[in-house]
Design a binder for this molecule. Sequence first.
Ligand code: OAD
Length: 248
Amino acid sequence: MEFKEEFLQKLKSAGSVVFFTGAGISAESGIPTFRGNEGLWKKFRPEELANFDAFIRNPGLVWEWYQYRRKIVEEAQPNAGHFAIAEMENYFDNVSVITQNIDNLHARAGSTKIYELHGNIERNYCIDCKTYYTHEELESSGSAPECRLCGGLIRPDVVWFGEPLPQNIFSAAENVARNSDICFVVGTSAVVYPAAYIPGAAKSGGSYLVEINIEPTELSYRVDYSIIGKSGEILPQILEKVKKLKNR
Ligand code: OAD
């Protein structure tokens, strides 16, 4: 694919790059996105599954839904898009990943600086005493497990509707976005706030905004460069350009 010259010049001079990612980057790993015809929110109602009241009302149902999603994630592998982002660390001074995904695939692909805005499905904690549990530490029964220390219910460490984002992580992410030279917005509909403030933060700091998506989004008219295509195909091509431009 031919990339626009202005973008190539930015790639050449950039020291600090940010990848702000959403469900679309993991779509080619077989993990369903949220919106769109095949999206999770077409089949399941978020208000019944992804909020604290629903969990208290019916812990078993919510736990079971996360078990189902955890299984999909466990069986999935990072794709060429995740790997290309991880490899970018060899060519820029600073590479940060700010992700809305809870699937841990960026870490599994080798990225080292990751800001997880919506948590991580592999972690769990007790709602009463806040003790953390990895998934292996929990018995895999159908119902929500109970804390070994206090008997409280254990929930996945993910952000549910109506809950605040981890403030320290969000602030740090906003900061790296604002200080970046290029901010890639990859595979996100960019409609869920406050996460969707990240591209604006980058732009306000003078970063060059590049969107990679299979279709135009609400953000497309505000970015410097919109690339239409699958992230698993586009990102490796960008990596190849970077290798040449950085002469390494
Ligand atoms: P969405 O499902 O809203 O959007 C996924 C985006 O990925 C869409 O814009 C697709 O066009 C695009 N896409 C799909 N396949 C792609 C591919 N192979 N390459 C590139 N782009 C592709 O998912 P998010 O924007 O991540 O929040 O959703 C944001 C938040 O809404 C999620 O983190 C979740 C959800 O409710 C919480 O659970 C708190």
